[in-house]
Ligand binder design. Structure first.
Ligand SMILES: [Ca+2]
Length: 371
């Protein structure tokens, strides 16, 4: 009987845990790399399972197809109405970090080697999914500040996890917002009240220049120095040799305009034969047999399932030390930050990510135009 009671208690405890989905704001760049698509897919799969509730999805870049790409993925998972936003007036503009030239959504697709370079995959996504998005140009989307402030103000204190897998522009801007009609709190006070933690894909360990942190280095410095809650980093070194996406890329093709997550991975991962012919070359480009380096997906796992479920953590302080975005991680057992390190073998982590990406959307039939 005691065993039965214990089993019942365990079931109720699990049900209680499930009853409290983690409230997530997802902040992504969607500019050149495509692990962002995998990360947003994982997040939706976890939301379908009741493990999280996505309360907003914002782009950290402007003047390009980033917001439209977010909307295509949101719609695929039956969440076309999720709030979206983008930064205004500062940060990364255009088709690649440092380009600083707005993408013309009406210009013909340039192709892989054309004038839209790495951003081609996101412009192609919009071309292949007409009618699935509202903002072909991220600059037409609402200000991310408004989206963040509305989302945070509507939630209970200490309940929101911010998961950033792109530049830190929005977070710096949010901290600098004044009180307004949405909330009497300024940005920093609002974050301190509502945010439980920030999980970021950022940091080059132990020092270097990390893509997400370096391209708007001033915003990164300000955000990191002033953020008032615990911060967890999935750093470059952790994610680069977790590989995911091969599994969904090799699923049967459902036809055009049916599965944007599969389309992105199938269209951007080299074949097994290509990798077998020169694995070292592809590893330098962050590809393995399992797919693409899963920097952003690992941040989502840490944000929703907790940083100690699959990972060990290492405490310290991460900071930007130069105007060019150079960074350093200083170990400190009393530091405000943690970075994740390997606990579960990385191949297993890759399989967990693949499993989430393979899950069919719960509300897919409601989200496709012809179903
Ligand atoms: Ca990213």
């Amino acid at each position: 009987m005691r065993k039965l009671l214990a089993a019942c208690a365990a079931v109720f405890a699990a049900a209680a845990l499930r009853a409290e989905p983690v409230k997530i704001i997802f902040d992504t760049d969607m500019i050149t790399d495509f692990d962002d698509v995998g990360a947003l897919a994982c997040l939706h799969a976890l939301a379908d399972a009741g493990e999280c509730e996505i309360i907003a999805t914002v782009s950290s870049t402007r003047g390009n197809a980033s917001v439209g790409a977010i909307e295509v993925i949101n719609r695929y998972y039956g969440r076309a109405d999720l709030p979206v936003g983008a930064p205004k007036g500062m940060g990364v503009l255009g088709e690649k970090a440092g380009a600083c030239e707005k993408v013309d959504p009406a210009a013909p697709l340039g192709g892989r080697t054309g004038n839209d370079g790495g951003h081609y995959k996101y412009r192609k996504l919009l071309a292949d999914y007409p009618g699935w998005f509202r903002h072909a140009d991220a600059d037409d989307a609402p200000d991310a500040n408004e989206i963040y402030r509305r989302a945070l103000a509507a939630q209970p204190d200490g309940s929101v996890v911010v998961c950033s897998v792109g530049f830190l522009t929005n977070l710096r801007r949010l901290l600098e917002t004044p009180p307004d009609a949405i909330s009497p709190l300024d940005g920093r006070a609002l974050v301190a009240a509502k945010v439980k933690k920030w999980v970021a894909m950022a940091c080059r360990y132990p020092a270097g220049k990390e893509y997400n942190a370096k391209w708007d280095a001033e915003s990164s410095r300000i955000a990191l120095e002033n953020w008032p809650t615990p911060v967890v980093f999935s750093d470059f070194e952790y994610g680069r040799d977790v590989f995911a996406g091969r599994a969904i890329a090799e699923t049967p093709d459902p036809g055009p305009g049916r599965n944007p997550v599969r389309d992105v991975f199938a269209g951007n991962i080299p074949s097994r034969a290509e990798i077998a012919a020169d694995p070292a070359k592809w590893l330098r480009r962050s590809f393995g047999t399992g797919g693409r380096s899963a920097w952003d997906e690992t941040a989502v796992l840490a944000a929703v399932r907790g940083e100690e479920t699959y990972f060990n953590v290492n405490r310290g302080r991460y900071r930007i030390v130069a105007a060019d975005g150079a960074d350093e991680w200083a170990p400190d057992e009393n530091g405000p930050h943690v970075r994740i390190t390997e606990k579960l073998p990385k191949a297993e982590v890759g399989r967990i990510i693949d499993g989430l990406m393979l899950r069919p959307p719960r509300a897919h039939r409601l989200s496709t135009p012809d179903n």
